[in-house]
Design a protein around this ligand. Structure first.
Ligand code: PAF
Length: 273
């Protein structure tokens, strides 16, 4: 595995290759969820590139960028063992310029749900993903369905800016207790983790209701809110796959999303129907 930190070096190396490239963008603290993205990339491509970059522009003022878990040594080992060909680990100075041209998230879909809790967060995500996709120029780029809104906005950006990359959506991985894998899970105490299980349970209850024929979004939402009590709920949203609110669940065109805070930890989960 080659570790590269310079944009110029990476571009020079990639220009000499004539292979399909699978790309996984990460902020490090790699877990099974990332390994699953890498496995998908290995399955479909000749060359696999992973980037680790804790992107400062997607943290809002007051959010503790310094506290974001950094595990470079373990991450490098995980990438090596997972068969990654190139690990790109740039410094912020390699990617960002003073007074630069910026891409911004759309007015509505960039500012609801996660974008309402963290206004401006998706500007930073899209800005860095645009840069990374332009540097790596992958054939396929892999993003998890767990960050459903991020995935949706990246797909919109690729479409609106005519980027030549195929975005592959990868299913959420769960621990054996049902909790969706996330770098933030390490912050949960044992008691908090038990409480956090109300999140996947609420989604399970929603899918049970839908399987039994219920379609009313309001009814499903109320049941989920009940199930999530007494967690500090950020949102429970039932949307179509274009991230617009719906009254009735439509099979193959619905996503149900939850954000809740457990202790100090904000957790996200969702199901795609
Ligand atoms: O999902 C993440 O880890 C980040 O938001 C991403 C896509 C790597 C951009 O920094």
């Amino acid at each position: 595995m080659k570790i590269i930190s310079s944009v110029t070096e990476l571009k020079e190396y990639l220009n000499k290759q004539n292979k399909s490239v699978g790309y996984v963008a990460t902020m490090g603290a790699l877990h099974e969820g990332h390994i699953s993205l890498i496995k998908n990339a290995k399955r479909d491509n000749k060359l696999v590139i992973v980037s680790i970059f804790v992107n400062p522009t997607q943290f809002l003022q007051g959010e503790d960028l310094e506290k974001y878990p950094r595990k470079d040594k373990a991450d490098i080992e995980i990438c090596r063992l997972s068969g990654v060909d190139i690990l790109f680990m740039p410094q912020a100075g390699e990617l960002y310029f003073d007074d630069e041209v910026k891409i911004v998230a759309p007015n509505v879909r960039g500012y609801i749900l996660e974008g309402a809790t963290r206004p401006g967060h998706f500007n930073g995500v899209l800005r860095v993903v645009m840069k990374l996709l332009n540097i790596v120029k992958p054939t396929n780029a892999y993003f998890g369905k767990k960050d459903a809104q991020q995935l949706h906005l990246i797909k919109l950006m690729v479409k609106h800016y005519f980027l030549d990359v195929n975005i592959v959506e990868v299913d959420t991985l769960r621990d054996s207790d049902g909790l969706a894998l996330s770098s933030r899970n390490i912050y949960l105490s044992r008691e908090e983790r038990r409480e956090a299980l109300k999140i996947p349970k609420s989604l399970y209850e929603a899918s049970k209701l839908i399987s039994s024929g219920v379609r009313s979004a309001q009814k499903i939402r109320l049941e989920m809110l009940n199930c999530l009590k007494p967690l500090d709920i950020g949102y429970v949203a039932i949307l179509n796959r274009n991230f617009e609110p719906i009254l009735e669940v439509e099979l193959s065109n619905t996503v149900i999303l939850v954000e809740a805070v457990v202790g100090e930890t904000r957790l996200l989960d969702n199901i795609w129907l």
